[in-house]
Design a protein. Structure first.
Length: 96
């Protein structure tokens, strides 16, 4: 299953309600499950981004739908990247 990494920043609304950030993860996981996405890891961070989250998703369309639905809640903005495992990347570079 494809892997994704999301760099997440709180919106103004999200930071005003930061005390409920951990509780909001329950909602995020329910939305993810709806799209057949597994939240692998979540880390609250210091610096430019407030969280870094890794996912497994069936495909780009499912990940895009999940990301849009999550953003619609208004608490975060995300920058999401497709990530490749060692084996996946080895197969990619064979084509070079």
């Amino acid at each position: 299953m494809p892997h994704y990494i999301a760099l997440v920043s709180f919106t103004d609304e999200g930071i005003r309600d930061v005390k409920n950030s951990v509780k909001r993860l329950d909602t995020v996981e329910k939305i993810a499950a709806k799209h057949k996405i597994h939240v692998r890891d979540i880390h609250w961070t210091m610096g430019k981004y407030d969280l870094i989250v890794t996912f497994e998703a069936p495909d780009d369309a499912a990940m895009s739908a999940f990301t849009l639905e999550n953003a619609h809640l208004g608490n975060v903005r995300t920058e999401t990247f497709r990530a490749y495992t060692r084996e996946e990347f080895a197969n990619i570079i064979k084509a070079i």
